[in-house]
Design a protein around this ligand. Sequence first.
Ligand code: NAI
Length: 400
Amino acid sequence: MPKLTICGGGNAAHVLMALAANAGWQVDVFTPVPGEAERLQAGLSGRNGLMAAVTRNGTITGQPRRISANPAAVIPGSAWVLLALPAFAHGPILQAIAGMLEPGCNVGALPARGGFDYQALSILEAAGKSATVFGLQTLPWACRIVTYGQSVEILGTKAVVDLAAFPPDQAPLLAEELAPLLGVELNPVSSFLTLTLANTGQLIHPGIMYGLCRGKEEATFTAENIPLFYQGVNGFTADVLQAMSNEVQTLAKTVGRSLPHFNVSEVRPLYRWLLESYPNDIVNPTSLHTAFVSNKAYRGLRIPARPAGPDTFTVDYSARYLAEDVPYGLVVLRGIAGLVGAATPAIDEVILWAQERLNRQYLVGAGLSGPDVSGTRAPQAYGIDTPAKLLALYRQQTAS
Ligand code: NAI
């Protein structure tokens, strides 16, 4: 069976360890976060080396082979490398492993978030390496670690997840090989542009944060009263999400007019994506609002919070719902929209609110010209700063 190295030690990495090893793959894990490899190893040792993924239909266990903080110990020989990490960790991980990748290996991120292709291909090129780069549109599971290094709960599994690749004609083959391991249907799409535009996390996470926290940014809660995240979506928040999704649809159509092989219909509206991703979990599919609050896979998940006093909590704006989904999501969208001249007033409103919480400057007035754009995956941060450059890139990256 192929050798796979999982990069990361969080929720998604825990699920992959159990599933991939259970499916018979040789599984190694690379995590450079100080102390994490040791914690993982200690947890696994307490369970005879087995990681358990607890699902509604039973528990899947698998035994990873090696856990290391040293990429040289696990990356060489890997046919597959999976980045199961928040997008802000993609860059440091790719920098650490690029020089050790086997020629022709498959390197992918789940999920890719926005602009993964710009970043991964530029790091590989600088290291003089060629690999097949791929990404998933979202993480196949809603999952949370139960006991570190030992067990993780899979709260829900999406019915189908899009996969894009570069070279683009590799997507069908990768989808076929990876689907049995992940236990979801993988749908090959024409281009990484699909993933960047159809990354629904970039709408859902900052959109709900904005809807729930705007005007009460400093509110405090007791542990029991920390607001529910998805079940807390109200009419206003659903309207914000709908407006953001509408803008993405317009953006996709605008770019699509200049890219004959780009399949605009792959960029699904948020409501349709939600219904198609969770066909068995959404109890009331009547509207975008009811689809969020009645989704069993989202049940009980709360807004990210940090201690504010002995018995109180406040919203944690440094959590990945903004720290990942704004610079590696909305700002990428906004960069593309700016290049092709598509208006994004609802997205701009959310970025302006979020950048204040993150203490960053991306949007200044009507332009994406803030000093922190260089730390994002907006195309402009990779020198793709004219419509001609953007379209030339995606003509090359889109399957014909
Ligand atoms: P997580 O927050 O559990 O991952 C944290 C892990 O990332 C750490 O344990 C560490 O191994 C790694 N990491 C963090 N910062 C790093 C750095 N600077 N350098 C190297 N490694 C670093 O994330 P989770 O839940 O596993 O999610 C992974 C991705 O899936 C994220 O993009 C998330 O937004 C997405 N996602 C997660 C869902 C879930 O239910 N967990 C659902 C949908 C999407």
